[in-house]
Design a protein around this ligand. Structure first.
Ligand code: ZN
Length: 129
């Protein structure tokens, strides 16, 4: 065993990761972690996707602005990937207007995707006939 001190320079990747992060972020993570994050907050997050839900008749977000004008927005479905720093797999979170929503495993999301694909195929057949 060598008693020499390792004088090699750390890689840029190791410099940018906080001390608690023993592995690099998943490729979809937007990063931004820091050493002061509480263990419960040490989570990788993917980009937020948003989709306006145009068929909802009731606007679910409304208020009066500072000039007294009513502001009404249609509901927005949002979703993102997340994975706790010690979790082995990502999960997908979906919510409407940032209210607590659905959290699903990747397998559950794949089954939902297959079901939606099936519905879209059925709908396209009925609309083309
Ligand atoms: Zn990350």
């Amino acid at each position: 065993m060598s008693d020499r001190i390792d004088t090699s320079r750390p890689t840029l990747e190791s410099i940018e990761r906080p001390w608690w992060q023993d592995k690099p972020c998943p490729p979809w993570c937007e990063g931004g972690h820091d050493a002061a994050e509480h263990p419960e907050d040490r989570t990788h997050f993917g980009p937020l996707i948003e989709q306006t839900l145009s068929l909802c008749e009731e606007a679910s977000d409304r208020w009066i602005d500072q000039d007294g004008a009513p502001c009404v927005y249609p509901p927005t479905l949002s979703g993102y990937l997340r994975q706790g720093w010690r979790e082995g797999e990502a999960a997908i979170e979906l919510s409407v207007n940032d209210r607590p929503g659905l959290c699903m495993t990747l397998a559950e999301a794949a089954r939902l995707q297959a079901t939606l694909d099936e519905m879209l195929r059925a709908a396209s057949k009925s609309s083309s006939s």
